[in-house]
Design a protein around this ligand. Structure first.
Ligand code: SF4
Ligand code: SF4
Length: 146
């Protein structure tokens, strides 16, 4: 394992520079020097008050291939949930009674959450992966960009 710094969390108080035995944390570009990091001793991880440093693995296993049948089923379910979400949204816009609006809005959110779960289970998780591009085509969302 080796240490990796999340620059956006780093508050630059330099504690990791003092504890690292190899100087791996002291770099000009803010990234921890992987060559100098000695097998993840984690002194910097424990010292960082901002939780900006994590230990990461050298190698990760290959992702498990998705099940095409399951993906197809989940995609169908996602399309149904999307339609129901749109219907609930329209209903919320039509109603004037506060209770009815609240109910329609709750339904809309519920269908959205279930739809997102379906998308996740179908493997549509990474925003730029091939399944997501295919999903955008199916749902006619290609005009919203990459
Ligand atoms: S200890 Fe954490 S917050 Fe401080 S410089 Fe290092 S990474 Fe940044
Ligand atoms: S894990 Fe140890 S060697 Fe690696 S950067 Fe942190 S303090 Fe330095």
């Amino acid at each position: 394992m080796y240490a990796s710094r999340n620059i956006s969390l780093c508050t630059k108080d330099c504690l990791c520079l003092f504890v690292c035995p190899t100087g791996a944390t002291d770099t000009e570009n803010g990234q921890i020097d992987r060559e100098k990091c000695i097998d993840g001793c984690r002194k910097c991880v424990d010292a960082c008050p901002s939780h900006a440093i994590s230990l990461v693995f050298e190698e990760y296993p290959e992702p498990i291939p998705g099940d095409a049948d399951l993906s197809g089923m989940m995609l169908g379910l996602l399309q149904k949930k999307s339609s129901l979400e749109a219907a609930a949204s329209a209903l919320a816009g039509e109603k004037t009674d506060p209770g009815a609006v609240k109910l329609a809005e709750a339904l809309r959110r519920s269908f959205r959450i279930v739809g997102e779960d379906c998308a996740r289970e179908a493997g549509f998780l990474l925003p730029q992966c091939d399944p997501v591009r295919k999903l955008k085509e199916v749902l006619d969302l290609t005009d919203i960009g990459e």
